[in-house]
Design a protein. Sequence first.
Length: 418
Amino acid sequence: MNAKEIHKLRKKFIITAMTAFTLVIAVLAVFINTADYVMTQREIDWSLERIAELREKIEEENTHSEALPGAPSFTEVFSPRYQSNVFYIISYDGSGGVKSFYASKGNSYPEEIVIRDAEEMLSDSADSGRYGVYYYLKSSDDSGGASLIILDCGSVIFSRMRLKYASIAIGAVSLIASLILVMLFSKKMIRPEIESSQRQMQFITNISHELKTPLAVIRSNAEMEELTKGESEFMQSTVRQVDRMNALVKNLVMITRARETEDRSSDAEVNVSKIAEETVNEFSGIAEGKNIGIETSPGNGIMLKADESKVRQLMTILLDNAVKYCDENGSIYVGLEGLKKGIRLTVSNSYADGKDIDCKRFFDRFYREDNSRNIDTGGYGIGLSIAESICGQYGGDIQAQWQNGRISFVCCLISEDH
């Protein structure tokens, strides 16, 4: 994992962490506001019902307490209590005229205004409800008259609004503070990983250079031994293993450079269709020798702003794999399609035994699914890992899938302009 991939992982972590934290904050805010609403609404309903029960006594003796309450106990905090000391009781006769009007102490509205608003409440079909900052409860008697109890709940409603806006403000501040902290801490946490990745890549580069000399010496000695003593299976095996090691070292250097390269300032418009045709021609002879047919659809003049050597390397890797692992007397398809933001390259080949293969693991280094991908053919490991790095460098991806006896590799490359 290079520095760019680590930064992408950090970005995903930040997005995931902030999404989870936002959901937690939202759930807490909704829970707190809902709990407050339910509790205050229960007290409002209780107050209205209690006043209705004591209506006659309140009107005659004014028994509703006006004393300031003392400090409540724990149980009293959750017990229903009067939500307001300001309420009105209006009685109507059978013709709809006001028979009596009672206002508790502390009211601040003239009787005419209260009666006017009470007519709006009385016209409502519901027996109880809310009108502005007031909650009301209606009842009727046997004589056709009615009574209306109006409770001033302005303090409760404004308290609900303050709690709602405070929840939003506290949540927003918490999210901003969390985002800053997560970004700072995640940046500090990934620094050792980036340094480790850089050291790992530097180590691979250094060890590759160090291995070149002894491998060259071994190969030279083996060839000299064959010249002086004649060819032998032992020496030929040694040369083959040295060549394999050289190829492995070369591939390790290639994949390391592919992951290290981030600068695309040298990219230029290249004719991808032409590169595809040239690459197919290079493998045509090998394919004919294995009785493999190649079908192409390279498009016409498809352009991409990229490094030509990278595009050519990508196509070479995919065609090399296709020729190596295509079934005998099978076929290979190479298709190129221009997209609005880049290109899509598809390389597929016949492979009847691929039904149970885990295609996602093709891009793991040194991975081999079965015995057909042996040491002699080299496997799908490093080459496809390099291809994946190239696609990632150009903002795209590569996917593998098996269907109907064919295995396909689909690559997307995005132009730098996009």
